[in-house]
Design a protein around this ligand. Structure first.
Ligand code: ADP
Ligand code: ZN
Ligand code: MG
Length: 485
């Protein structure tokens, strides 16, 4: 039997607000346990929540970015459950009137492009963090994360396998980062996802019974978990068994999914309208203002870069992979740097330097005018490419002055044809064997001779001129003895 994997994602994203959703505590990641809490976010009796305006704004921006219909009149509901990570014993969430619904996200995977439907996007508060220490026989709880604003994005079961599931997460992350809605750092838990998965005979239109997998800490874990779970379910069904409707935990060390608990239904949570918060009313003018302020998203940028700059799809994808990187590229272009040169420097040197240092494009000191100046010097023939790379390394960390560095180190390129010719003649005289080899058909000897000329000129010569001069001396009938005369 050929099985088709069907997946729907529930993605939790921490919003990039400074303070929590119902109190003024900091949302900063980490910190000494239980130092970023107050009576509100630890659920002390008698406290009242006050909704963070910025959290609503970011949720709306996310909804708009996913082409959702925004709910003008939404409200919060109480989801009751007892677990030590939730000191109030209920989570304030949205069940009946989520802030946004009916959207789409376009994904692109090896299977092609496709639109994945977003069922809804709702606002809720995060819970605290439990750390189990089996050796000491204790569990510890940190409430710093308790009350951090979250949106939960629920897709329809439109995904068909690991690649599409990962592509969907990548697309969501890209959009939310461009919008400034969230940093979406999976390693810090600011983007987390639950995978709902079922299998069905290929060609069947019906949905099979599904499981929900939690605790997926990386895109890689998502891909592995999907593959494992799809195989497990298919084997169960082929053996005549049934797939139990349950919540499973992905064990990242052992690469297996394990049963965690039977799936709860909405009624198990005894949802009811949150009495301590008024409904949220969004004015049409407010939505218009947010719509007008939406930045250009990566997909639109890619199309524009192809049309306006004539860049290939790969280049466009790389340049828009991060909003700060795209801004950097656009600033370079605005400074007059030829697009292809700018793109090459960003994808080569800039990304290389960033990954070497383990920093994000947004954290980089180098500014567009500095790189633009460096590229201009190469274009003008003042610096050769190799020297320019050295200058780049020297100015990258501090956004140093390119001209000052070039002058201080005497790096201007030698493009004086006379000087290069003299050096070439000397090189040929000093290496008669290579000249013979070259004339005998050994192409490698030519590269050696180029290197010799470069060495004489301190590596600063324009390589094109060196090549041309050498070819002329060697192929033009001139040998070392005669040209040297
Ligand atoms: P519940 O109300 O039990 O949480 P939902 O209908 O809200 O279930 O769906 C939750 C998530 O599970 C959604 O992302 C949805 O796309 C996905 N889902 C629902 N049914 C299936 C299925 N049979 N196979 C895979 N995913 C599914
Ligand atoms: Zn608080
Ligand atoms: Mg649901």
């Amino acid at each position: 039997m050929i099985w088709e994997t069907v997946i729907g994602l529930e993605v939790h994203v921490e919003l990039a607000t400074r303070t929590k959703i119902f109190c003024a505590c900091s949302t900063a990641f980490g910190g000494e346990p239980n130092t970023r809490c107050c009576p509100v976010c630890t659920g002390m009796p008698g406290t009242l929540p006050v909704l963070n305006r910025r959290a609503v704004e970011l949720a709306v921006k996310a909804g708009l970015g996913l082409d959702c219909a925004i709910t003008r009149h939404s409200r919060f509901d109480r989801k009751n459950y007892f677990y030590p990570d939730l000191p109030k014993a209920y989570q304030i969430s949205q069940l009946y009137l989520p802030i946004a619904r009916d959207g789409t996200v376009e994904i692109s995977s090896p299977a092609g492009r496709k639109a994945v439907r977003i069922r809804e996007l709702h606002l809720e508060e995060d819970a605290g963090k439990l750390t189990h220490d089996p050796a000491a026989g204790v569990s510890r709880v940190d409430y710093n994360r308790c009350g951090v604003p979250l949106i939960e994005i629920v897709t329809e079961p439109d995904l068909r396998g690991a690649e599409e599931a990962v592509a969907c997460l990548e697309a969501l992350r890209e959009i939310l980062r461009y919008l400034g809605v969230s940093g979406c750092k999976m390693q810090e838990g600011s983007l987390r996802c639950d995978v709902n998965l079922s299998v069905r005979p290929a060609g069947s239109g019906a949905l099979g019974p599904r499981t929900e997998m939690k605790n997926l800490g990386s895109f890689r874990a998502v891909a592995r978990a999907v593959e494992y779970e799809a195989r497990r379910q298919a084997a169960l069904l082929e053996g005549g068994g049934r797939v139990a409707r349950e919540t499973r935990r992905w064990d990242e060390e052992r690469n297996v999914s394990l049963p965690m608990r039977a799936k709860e239904e909405a009624r198990d949570y005894r949802y009811f309208p949150e009495p301590d918060l008024p409904p949220v009313e969004l004015a049409e003018e407010y939505l218009d203002r947010l719509r007008a302020a939406q930045p250009e998203l990566a997909r639109a940028k890619r199309a524009r870069y192809q049309a306006d700059y004539g860049l290939g799809e790969y280049d466009c994808r790389m340049l828009t992979s991060d909003p700060a990187l795209a801004r950097f590229f656009e600033a370079l272009a605005a400074l007059g740097t030829p697009a292809k040169q700018g793109a090459n420097w960003i994808m080569g040197e800039v990304l290389g330097a960033l990954s070497q240092r383990g920093i994000e494009p947004g954290e980089m000191k180098l500014t567009p005018p500095t790189l633009a100046r460096l590229i201009a010097l190469v274009e003008a023939g003042t610096l050769n490419r190799n020297t320019a790379v050295k200058v780049f390394e020297a100015v990258f960390d501090t956004d140093g002055d390119v001209d000052a560095f070039v002058a201080a180190h005497g790096l201007e390129q030698v493009s004086d044809g006379g000087l290069i010719r003299e050096a070439a003649v000397r090189a040929l005289e000093a290496n008669p064997r290579s000249v013979e080899d070259y004339r005998g058909g050994k192409a490698r000897a030519f590269g050696f001779l180029v290197g010799q000329v470069m060495r004489q000129l301190g590596g600063k010569a324009d390589p094109r001129t060196v090549n041309a001069v050498l070819r002329e001396l060697l192929d033009g009938g001139g040998g070392p003895a005669r040209t040297g005369a």
